[in-house]
Design a protein around this ligand. Structure first.
Ligand SMILES: C=C(O[C@@H]1C=C(C(=O)O)C=C[C@H]1O)C(=O)O
Length: 363
């Protein structure tokens, strides 16, 4: 048999499978439209209909990865279903998602990784503006950076929760690769722009390759790329997406000091989620400045055998109390094992806020 004949036979099989896949995806989309009708039917009078269900989407993606037999890798298969769900959800309600911009930031990449490509992403110039867009209803959800494995917490995000009623309804992690971007290859570099966190994540590389060159922190990596594209002698530390967006040349790739450099982002919204079966909860606890304050806060978790995944301390914003703890832990606030702990924390804290219970990042 000839190559052409063998290819033709296999391509006929692919065409037949594509037709079945396409038909099944449209059947699935029609089901999603019926789901939307049910959500409308049972919506509380005067309450907005909540179409996006992060707990259900996390379950779908977990099931996809659990039953995947290959040869496609689990994450690749999950990304395919991520896009199918994104298109199905868009039939129910086209989502508006605010993110820390401008275009080309890692936060934009995180928004697309979490929601898929069918949502409308709206760039905001600050983390506070992302919160405001969601609080005002101009956007359904927001995506903000919260911590990086090299540089630690993004304090603006933590501080924004002090004055906001928004809830965390999801999280997404992104491997961060930084590149040195210039307008022309091997150009003279007189200054380097980037977000403060990115400058910190590439500190050793910069010391080695550009000692003594001015490093200027700006509001985001994409803003850094925008400036480098317009200013003679300037370079930026930013992503490949920013390089494409601002037509910049990658002078050096993957310059981050740590190969496992990862940033975690939070999805913020106005509605709480229900348990997905593998969740986290975030709380804000303020306690008085007294000996054993931290022990008193942590003891209820220890007694209940609850695993903490993160604890951060922020300066108090008034003289009333000195320590504010942001704590993430395993479990959903509606879990039987969690409710008593939340009640005990309310009783011992000067101020206690439940910031949200949400599915753990799946991809
Ligand atoms: C179909 C639903 O609506 C949305 C779409 C989903 C999907 O395509 O699987 C899952 C959850 C929701 O965000 C649902 O709630 O089940």
């Amino acid at each position: 048999m000839s190559e052409a004949r063998e290819l033709e036979q296999l391509r006929q099989q692919i065409d037949s499978l594509d037709q079945q896949i396409q038909s099944l995806i449209n059947q699935r989309a029609r089901c999603a439209q019926q789901v939307a009708e049910v959500k409308h039917k049972y919506a509380q009078p005067g309450e907005p209909v909540v179409f996006y269900r992060p707990e259900r989407e996390a379950q779908v993606l977990r099931n996809v990865m659990a039953r995947n037999e290959g040869p496609l890798p689990n994450e690749g298969m999950a990304r395919l279903f991520r896009e199918i769900m994104s298109q199905c959800l868009a039939l129910e309600e086209p989502l508006q998602v605010a993110y820390l911009g401008p275009e080309g930031t890692f936060t934009q990449q995180a928004a697309v990784k979490h929601f898929g490509h069918a949502v409308t992403c709206r760039s905001q110039i600050s983390i506070a503006d992302v919160f405001r867009e969601v609080e005002s209803g101009a956007a359904h959800y927001g995506v903000v950076p919260v911590e990086n494995s090299t540089e630690g917490v993004v304090t603006h995000t933590h501080d924004s929760f002090f004055d906001s009623s928004l809830k965390i309804c999801g999280e997404v992690a992104l491997r961060i690769h930084h590149n040195l971007l210039v307008t022309t290859p091997d150009q003279k570099v007189e200054r380097i722009y980037s977000h403060a966190q990115s400058l910190g994540q590439c500190r050793r590389w910069l010391d080695q390759h550009y000692p003594g060159i001015e490093r200027i922190a700006v509001s985001s990596n994409a803003e850094a790329a925008r400036r480098a594209s317009k200013e003679e002698g300037s370079a930026a530390i930013a992503s490949e997406a920013a390089a494409e967006l601002y037509q910049l040349h990658t002078q050096a790739a993957n310059i981050e000091d740590r190969p496992d450099n990862t940033t975690r982002f939070l999805i913020i919204g106005r509605q709480p989620t229900t348990p997905s079966g593998d969740d986290k909860t975030s709380v804000l606890i303020a306690s008085r400045n007294q000996p054993g304050a931290l022990y008193q806060v942590l003891e209820p978790f220890h007694k209940a055998g609850i695993s903490l995944t993160r604890i951060e301390t922020r300066p108090a914003r008034s003289g009333t109390w000195s320590y504010v703890f942001f704590i993430d832990f395993e479990g959903h606030r509606d879990d039987a094992s969690i409710a008593p702990v939340m009640e005990e924390l309310r009783n011992i804290a000067v101020d206690f806020r439940w910031l949200g219970s949400y599915p753990k990042a799946v991809m």
